[in-house]
Write a protein that binds this ligand. Structure first.
Ligand code: ZN
Length: 202
């Protein structure tokens, strides 16, 4: 068996930690973890990005710290070949998708999160979601799914009377309107990339 001194530094560190631990924690990341290994389900081990913290306060995003914790503990695990691991919690017809990274390290990170309506009937029946909530989630999904494209046909059927944030704008839309309109600057937009590109002149 090789001595600790002959191992490359990260492995040597991991070996030291394991040997000094009084009792190995079942959820402690093992050495030689890879990005493909399923992430740990202990929310307290995850740091948060500024990007995520910003989103937690935005109207119309419906992601909260308790939701993130629950998703990490009990959500379905999905592997995405471009972004890595996601925890997905489904409640009343809506999926909460929580994206994590650095899961092979001892400092995993929650990167971002969003919601998607996956069952129209269940969402409509649920007291958890108002019609505006459901419309907001669907509109945000349509804009995000085709970030660079103009999507007037997907904006047109949506009705969102309470403004929600995309980029720096707070937008609403009425049924039949093919734009989202910023209540602060009056800007009209048909794509997420334009919303994120153009500053709000509020
Ligand atoms: Zn604006």
């Amino acid at each position: 068996m090789l001595g600790i001194g002959s191992l490359p530094e990260p492995e040597a560190y991991a070996a030291t930690v394991q040997r000094s631990a009084v009792e190995p924690q079942p959820q402690s990341p093992a050495k030689n973890r890879t990005p493909e290994d399923p992430p740990i389900r202990d929310p307290s081990r995850y740091a948060q990005t500024d990007h995520l913290r910003d989103r937690l306060t935005q109207p119309g995003r419906y992601i909260s710290l308790p939701i993130i914790s629950r998703a990490i503990e009990t959500g379905q695990l999905r592997w995405n070949s471009s972004d890595g691991w996601r925890f997905v919690l489904t409640r009343d017809g809506v999926e909460f998708v929580i994206v994590v990274t650095d899961t092979e390290t001892r400092s995993p990170v929650v990167v971002t999160g969003w919601t998607e309506v996956v069952d129209d009937d269940a969402a409509a029946r649920s007291p958890q979601w108002t019609d505006t909530d459901i419309e907001t989630i669907k509109l945000r999904s349509a804009l995000s799914r085709h970030r660079e494209s103009l999507v007037p046909d997907q904006i047109q059927p949506r009705a969102v009377c309470e403004p929600f944030r995309i980029g720096r704008h707070s937008v609403t839309t009425e049924p039949g309107c093919r734009d989202v309109v910023c209540i602060d600057c009056g800007g009209r937009f048909r794509s997420k990339s334009h919303l994120c590109e153009f500053p709000c002149s509020r």
